[in-house]
Design a protein around this ligand. Structure first.
Ligand SMILES: [Zn+2]
Length: 197
């Protein structure tokens, strides 16, 4: 059970990480994070371990009794990690677009996607957040050296620079029901796509 995953939220209830239950208990015991339950109540290690675990829960034997493995922790201390600018990388473009071809709307594996320049590079199109999108090979071929208008293709949405590094790289899917409310708050197309699955 100590390898099950626990979602870590920052103080604004935004998902920032996924850790193992073992690491989560270390954070809990050290007082750097608190448990968030389904009713959004928070618990420190002591109050959490006082709760009776039922047979249906994931539990670990700690402090001489079964302690429920939390699904979600919230950082109790200020998140000292500096907010870095989003790296303009192939990976982050695909994450921003949710591995969905921005022309046909279908979802693909990473290896089946291209980075398409909306205004072709051959015509002065820049390599920037606003001018590149994930595109499948078929759509890429169909579009060729044309603009979407010329190719009579429509973009799913206007691409923009993400406000923060897509957290999607750390958790490709919503693992537990208890994680869902926190991902609904993240304004990324990626998550919307995933939640429909
Ligand atoms: Zn496509």
């Amino acid at each position: 059970m100590l390898s099950t995953q626990v979602l870590i939220l920052n103080r604004h209830y935004m998902p920032v990480n996924v850790v193992t239950a073992k690491r989560a208990f270390c954070m809990l015991v050290a007082g750097i994070a608190r448990v968030v339950d389904r009713e959004y109540r928070t618990f420190d290690f002591h109050s959490w371990s006082e709760l009776s675990a039922t047979v249906h829960d994931d539990t670990v034997g700690l402090v001489g009794r079964a302690v429920r493995v939390p699904r979600v922790l919230i950082l109790a201390t200020y998140d000292r990690l500096p907010r870095r600018a989003v790296r303009f990388s192939r990976m982050n473009i695909l994450l921003r677009d949710g591995y969905v071809c921005q022309y046909c709307g279908k979802k693909f594996k990473r290896s089946e996607l291209n980075i398409d320049h909306i205004m072709p590079r051959s015509r002065g199109g820049r390599t920037s957040w606003e001018n590149v999108v994930a595109s499948c090979f078929k759509c890429n071929l169909r579009k060729g050296g044309r603009t979407p208008d010329e190719a009579n293709m429509k973009l799913l949405r206007v691409p923009a620079k993400p406000h923060q590094t897509p957290f999607a790289g750390l958790a490709r899917f919503i693992k537990y029901e208890e994680w869902k409310p926190f991902f609904n708050m993240v304004d990324f197309s990626y998550w919307n796509v995933e939640l429909e699955n």
